[in-house]
Write a protein that binds this ligand. Structure first.
Ligand code: F3S
Length: 392
């Protein structure tokens, strides 16, 4: 296959006729498209850009973003992943002034380029909910899985720079999960049913089985928030950004003709995985909201904690988006008695290693990243167990 076909307008952008920022952005997309044998660029409905916390961006990244921001503006709706701090309560998180000022430069660069100041991994809960069939350029791995698998939109798992370039051009190269043939499942995984609280670990185990094949999962009878937690963990333990599934009593419309392997995943294996990730019995930090909590999750946690008192055995973080926080003042008031309700950030991209060593979470994804990015001894517990532990 030859190089990607470009329209006359795209050729003009590449020749620098619409400015150097656009030229650089399109060059990046064309290089990517050529590597993956894309035939053309397709228009996107939105972009979601990762690489927002100073902890992952670093000094070189700030310079790159600042240079880029002088010459480029986004041309479609674009949001940003969580930062390394809550913009209003960063001092109470133990973040120092230097980190804050560097984080501020990243925020300013994104703002100058016209990205929405929506620092969340769940943009679909914060006003940017894609429709089925729409092409996107999203970078956050948990959000790409949710968009592809639950919402039926089409996005590859972009890197920060390619998502930003797509936001500037308003298009992305058409390869990978933008094409029907790559969305067909190759491995079938039979679940017996998932015990309460272990949905994130089901994603964790399914990801390990799937590797780089889109899985088809039977009997995945879970809520939208279940899909959020399941997909986040799946993306953390695999290279895939999509799954297909059936629910009990519903006929699936998935084409199963390319399935090459069938695996059964008994409940006992999920329980064994939970045991393996148990870790310590007491913690410096209990962190919930990975991915960021939905209104329904805040409601259910507040309901469980109402009438109880904080146990004060460890610090507690509930992470959510600023938009969901603003929608749930009563729930936030209840949760605040037990810990911090943080926006714009999370336990993985905040510099928690400066304050904590042992962190417990109910997230399968966090079990992958807390030990690496967060340098924590991580413990998995169900949401219910954690709520019990933080209250009395
Ligand atoms: Fe979101 Fe942070 Fe988890 S970005 S998916 S809360 S690691």
């Amino acid at each position: 296959m030859g190089p990607m076909h470009l329209t006359r307008q795209e050729e003009a952008v590449l020749a620098g006729e619409t400015g150097q920022g656009k030229r650089k952005a399109l060059e990046l997309l064309v290089a990517l498209g050529d590597i993956y044998n894309a035939e053309r660029l397709v228009p996107i409905a939105s972009a979601q850009v990762s690489g927002a916390s100073f902890k992952t961006v670093g000094d070189a990244g700030i310079k790159w973003l600042e240079d880029f921001s002088k010459a480029a503006k986004v041309s479609v709706r674009a949001t940003v992943n969580p930062l390394g701090l809550d913009m209003r309560r960063w001092k109470s998180m133990g973040v120092d002034a230097e980190f804050h000022s560097k984080q501020d430069r990243i925020v300013s660069a994104y703002k100058a380029m016209g990205l929405e100041p929506l620092y969340t991994c769940t943009p679909y809960l914060a006003g940017n909910r894609p429709r089925a069939g729409q092409h996107l350029a999203w970078a956050e791995s948990s959000a790409t899985v949710f968009a592809n698998s639950y919402l039926g939109a089409r996005t590859n798992r972009e890197g920060g720079p390619s998502a930003l370039a797509a936001a500037i051009i308003g298009k992305t190269p058409e390869y990978g999960l933008h094409l029907d043939e790559n969305r067909e499942p190759r491995v079938r995984i039979d679940l017996e049913g998932i015990p309460d609280g272990l949905v994130p670990l089901a994603g964790y185990v399914v990801g390990k089985i799937a590797g780089n094949r889109v899985p088809y999962i039977t009997n995945l009878d879970i809520t939208a928030d279940g899909h959020k937690a399941f997909g986040a963990a799946l993306a953390a333990t695999s290279a895939v950004s999509m799954y297909t599934y059936s629910e009990k009593g519903r006929r699936s419309r998935t084409d199963l003709s390319r399935i090459e392997e069938c695996v059964s995943l008994p409940t006992s294996e999920l329980k064994a995985c939970a045991d393996g990730l148990k870790g310590d019995d007491d913690w410096d930090l209990v962190a919930m909201g990975c991915p960021h909590c939905s209104p329904a999750e805040l409601r259910s946690m507040a309901r469980r904690l109402k009438g109880r008192r904080p146990s004060k055995r460890s610090d507690v973080w509930f992470c959510t988006s600023r938009s969901v926080y603003a929608k749930c003042p009563k729930e936030v008031a209840v949760l605040k008695r037990f810990g911090k309700v943080l926006c714009d950030t999370c336990m993985v991209v905040a510099p928690i290693e400066k304050t904590y060593k042992r962190t417990a979470s109910d997230s399968g994804k966090a079990m992958v990243y807390l030990p690496t990015l967060g340098r924590q001894r991580a413990s998995f517990r169900t949401t219910e167990t954690l709520l019990e532990a933080v209250s009395r």
